[in-house]
Design a protein around this ligand. Structure first.
Ligand SMILES: [Zn+2]
Length: 313
């Protein structure tokens, strides 16, 4: 358990002030560079091309991984022959390995560990300088700065790709709250709207101020809380299952628990993840609900059953 000095819910006015302050910061770094507007179509097109490319690299990596994993699970060589375990050398080899007309493979006795490690490292990869890459590609070096381009994209409701794929924000000087707010709204609102009729109370974006011992005050935003007289569900919404941040939900869980304890609220509290896109994987490290599946449910008992099946904590 973390040791909190205090945990408070921000009032409506405080949230308003907080957002205003961040927007001011954000706007002061916005520019009116005419090159942005005049290249708008090309910039948008290149943005999507860039995103498609990093996704397709990721998917082919995953596919390659799955293909090899299947061979491992079936103890089969790429050539199609059954692998044999070579006891003295502790590895799996192909009986036909001398036939050089075909490709072969070997697996170590503890190959599974390698697979696990590799899987954890398969993700959508992109450079922190992705905006600069786009500027270069479009021959706009010197005309548009990376930061200007990022803000331009955000103003067009396009995501900061670094954030979208689980990295830190491209620019730290822009408050991540403003961006997070904009990015998440579409998905969060849709999920909130869906769940609302089934629960007594729905809170979307709850701002929490807290301080841990020997640390500075921080503000966090809970995506969604739905509750009825018996239970409270703390819900974190993510775009993809591979970006689930368990540490984050762990912290939010403790914060909400703290608030409820102080209020003498004895309802059962549970936390879970809802994701919008699910990348199939052979391992499922993350228990989460896929919104597409959730949407098909029509009654509260069905929804609660699904929640309890996929509960994080
Ligand atoms: Zn072989």
């Amino acid at each position: 358990m973390k040791n909190f000095e205090y945990v408070e819910i921000l009032t409506k006015e405080e949230v308003g002030d907080f957002i205003k302050q961040l927007n001011r910061k954000n706007n002061s770094s916005n520019s009116n560079n005419p090159s942005l507007e005049s290249n708008k179509t090309a910039l948008i097109k290149e943005y999507h091309a860039y995103e498609n490319e990093i996704i397709s690299t990721f998917k082919s990596q995953l596919k390659e991984y799955k293909k090899e994993l299947k061979l491992w699970n079936n103890k089969t060589c790429v050539c199609g022959r059954k692998l044999k375990y070579i006891d003295g050398y502790k590895f799996w080899g192909c009986p036909d390995y001398q036939n050089e007309g075909k490709k072969h493979l070997t697996f170590k006795h503890n190959q599974q560990e390698y697979f696990d490690y590799r899987f954890k490292n398969i993700k959508v990869r992109l450079s922190a300088h992705w905006c600069t890459d786009i500027i270069k590609k479009l021959n706009l070096v010197g005309k548009i700065k990376a930061k200007e381009l990022l803000l331009f994209y955000i103003s067009l409701n396009l995501d900061d790709l670094r954030r979208k794929y689980g990295y830190k924000s491209t620019i730290k000087s822009i408050s991540s709250y403003v961006i997070a707010n904009k990015e998440s709204k579409r998905e969060e609102l849709e999920i909130t709207k869906f769940l609302k009729p089934f629960f007594d109370k729905t809170i979307h974006q709850l701002y929490i101020r807290f301080k841990e011992k020997e640390s500075i005050e921080k503000i966090k935003i809970f995506d969604l809380i739905v509750s009825d007289e018996n239970q409270v569900y703390l819900i974190e919404i993510k775009r993809h299952n591979i970006y689930i941040d368990e540490e984050q939900l762990e912290l939010y869980y403790e914060l909400l628990k703290h608030i409820m304890t102080e209020k003498g609220d004895k309802r059962v509290m549970k936390s879970l993840f809802i994701v919008n896109e699910f990348y199939e994987s052979s391992y499922n490290f993350n228990n989460c609900i896929v919104f597409e599946d959730l949407k098909k449910l029509k009654s509260k008992p069905e929804i609660l059953l699904e929640f309890d099946k996929k509960i994080y904590k």
